[in-house]
Design a binder for this molecule. Structure first.
Ligand SMILES: Cc1ncc(COP(=O)(O)O)c(C=O)c1O
Length: 382
């Protein structure tokens, strides 16, 4: 069966050029980058070349890019070290964060007694940034603000410039989980003025198992993994050279076509919104996900006007892959914190959220396949 893949916020397929770049490195660069001989140093050069390139794409200095295994590791490293090494006593966050941020913050509260303050979103998923400013001014405690740039379930975009400015003015550290936006939006970390950010290659057609943490120079942050001088002693362990090369190549391609891809995905998303409205009476969209200015073009969070917890499975049986939440929580069998934050009790009881997410390779025909499959499922239910 031809598969229709509409789950690109969970992960994206590798591009052929990325596979080629990785295979080339696998075949030619077997040296250990820490070895002092030329075979090792050649491998090291691959890493440093990609570090320079990646840094230039996100407005960072090469020394500010620390390669890690994924977005989850980057977020853990940043939050934990802020508490353990930078004296953070209070974390301001929101219930919309990815689990790897949410659970790490909770762990800091449990293990270190860190005060946790949540900015509560309204039913559109908007955060009250005036309230954030109030909170920042109200306490002298050393504070970390951790708020994601684009939400992985509803696509809502944070006004990251405003938050960075506020944090700077009030002496707070600012970390943003930029996993869904790196290589999709033009980001200049230095210009924005944030302290820490995170990235994962598999969200933009790179390989799984590699990402980076952006750590502002002289921030004093330390790593989680000890045992070697790699990554400026912030992340010990022999580097994933072919993963890093694959991430660099994926970024080359996505950054080169950034505007075209964005425009194309906006168009596909608008098409999906239109087709859903025309074909499913009563359909709604969660958060700001159907508002092009306020949400990321990769994510459309749909609210189907009936209860069907098996919808993901039924769509899969018809060859359509979507998500009923984020990939990390859709298997958990209970609604995610994000859905609980934006849906009313009645909506939770009587409707079904579905996340449809796009890449530059998604076609309108694939959207039509989704509409057709949903039509069949709805007809069967009646
Ligand atoms: C917003 C966000 N943060 C973090 C992660 C975790 O990234 P990784 O899969 O690289 O651990 C994800 C992945 O779904 C995500 O969407």
């Amino acid at each position: 069966m031809v598969k229709t893949y509409l789950d690109n916020a969970a992960t994206t397929p590798l591009l052929d050029e990325v596979i080629d770049a990785m295979v080339d490195v696998m075949k030619t660069q077997y040296g250990n980058p820490s070895s002092t001989h030329s075979i090792g140093q050649e491998a090291k050069a691959v890493i440093e070349e990609n570090r320079r390139k990646i840094a230039s794409y996100v407005g960072a200095q090469p020394a500010e890019i620390i390669f890690t295994s994924c977005g989850t590791e980057s977020n853990n490293m940043i939050i934990k070290s802020c508490v353990d090494h930078l004296g953070v006593e209070r974390i301001i966050t929101s219930p919309l964060e990815h689990k790897c941020v949410a659970e790490t913050c909770l762990e800091m509260k449990k293990l270190r007694g860190t005060e946790l303050v949540y900015l509560r979103p309204n039913n559109k998923g908007d955060l009250d940034l005036d309230k954030l400013e109030e909170l920042l001014k109200a306490s002298d405690k050393k504070t970390l603000v951790t708020l994601m740039h684009a939400n992985n379930e509803i696509g809502n975009l944070l006004d990251i410039d405003r938050v960075a400015k506020m944090c700077k003015e009030n002496g707070a550290l600012f970390h943003s989980d930029t996993v869904q936006t790196v290589a999709h939006l033009l980001l200049d970390f230095n210009k924005i003025g944030l302290d820490f950010a995170s990235c994962s290659a598999h969200k933009f057609h790179g390989p799984k198992g590699v990402g980076f943490a952006y750590i502002r120079k002289s921030s004093g942050l330390k790593g989680l993994i000890t045992g070697g001088p790699q990554e400026r002693s912030l992340r010990a362990g022999t580097e994933n050279i072919c993963g890093i090369a694959g991430m660099g190549k994926a970024m080359d391609i996505c950054m080169k076509h950034l505007d075209d891809y964005a425009e194309y995905m906006q168009e596909v998303k608008a098409y999906a919104v239109d087709r859903l409205i025309s074909n499913i009476p009563g359909v709604k969209f969660n958060g700001r996900s159907a508002e092009p200015e306020k949400s990321l073009f990769t994510v459309l969070s749909v609210l189907l006007p009936f209860k069907n917890p098996l919808i993901g499975l039924q769509l899969d049986m018809r060859g359509v892959a979507v998500s009923q939440g984020s990939a990390c929580s859709s298997g958990a069998g209970k609604p995610s914190m994000v859905m609980m934050s934006v849906l009313s009790d009645d909506e939770m009881e009587n409707s079904t959220p579905l996340r449809v997410s796009f890449s530059h390779r998604t076609t309108k025909e694939e959207v039509d396949q989704l509409i057709k499959a949903l039509g069949e499922i709805i007809a069967e239910q009646q």
